[in-house]
Ligand binder design. Sequence first.
Ligand SMILES: Nc1ncnc2c1ncn2[C@@H]1O[C@H](COP(=O)(O)OP(=O)(O)OP(=O)(O)O)[C@@H](O)[C@H]1O
Ligand SMILES: [Mg+2]
Length: 298
Amino acid sequence: MEHVLEVRGLVHRYGHHTALAGVDLIVKSGECVALLGPNGAGKTTLVRNVIGLIEGNADLIEVAGGNPRRAETRRRLGVVQQAVGFPRSLTVGEIVGGAAARRGCPPEAASQAIAEMGLAGLEKRRAARLSGGQQQRLQLAMGLVADPVLLVLDEPTEGLDVEARRRFWNTIRRRLDNGAGVLITTHLVDEAAAVADRVVVIDRGRVVAEGTPDELRRTLPDRRISVQTTVPVSVIRAFDSVETVELRDGRTVIATTDSEQVVRTLLDLDPEANDLTVATASLEEVLVAMTHHEEVLI
Ligand SMILES: Nc1ncnc2c1ncn2[C@@H]1O[C@H](COP(=O)(O)OP(=O)(O)OP(=O)(O)O)[C@@H](O)[C@H]1O
Ligand SMILES: [Mg+2]
């Protein structure tokens, strides 16, 4: 598959603060890469380098086959930035229409993007009069107006309601099917995991883990057992490898590093135990375990 983004050895400093300490990243055509990590990890800094807004030091940074600092390269990108405003006195139609025109797209592309993000009927409304979630939809419509080779989306789901998120993820799937590469950051970790082919976890300016969502989930040995049983919580708590036990809506929920052993012991004590499920950790739990720091942020 063709690389639509290749970053090698990217270092970015803000004064004395090193926000990125040598990051490598590849996105292929038709691939969705989710860039995940805690606040301040360096995600936006990386994204802003990729879209050519800021420039750190890199051995290589090639986007859609070109240098992101060049206008012709940027025209091949679809971008949704975190916390960026638009001319508030212009209307939805003017803003998306302008974005389409700048990409050399026909006006129908603008109406299509507006409809795709559920803004049809609001074309004449000024951006300043939109609700927070509607403004975010407008950002998405602008970013998705052309058929970009690479979509770079920084927190695109922020403030979106359930319906808008569903539309958004469907749009992303469609763009991937058409061969676009997608680089996305979001704190909706498990939602991203449902769509992403690969997850890159970044923490304190470094890539600390990388793999498919399933590969990353398997790095956390914890399993959750949920069961209906008469065995008291205090008894289960004493089993080897049990980390936590609690009663939730009449069910016993157990976190353990050895689910097979716990299930066996439990069934020995209560052969009538039923409605048993064993689940792996969610990606969100994996992420918290990987990037949790004790010290206070300064
Ligand atoms: N313009 C700037 N000047 C100085 N420091 C900055 C600047 N922008 C970001 N930083 C610092 O660089 C680090 C990385 O910030 P960045 O915005 O890339 O994080 P992020 O991963 O996008 O976080 P979030 O999840 O909160 O969006 C943070 O410590 C931040 O305080
Ligand atoms: Mg950010």
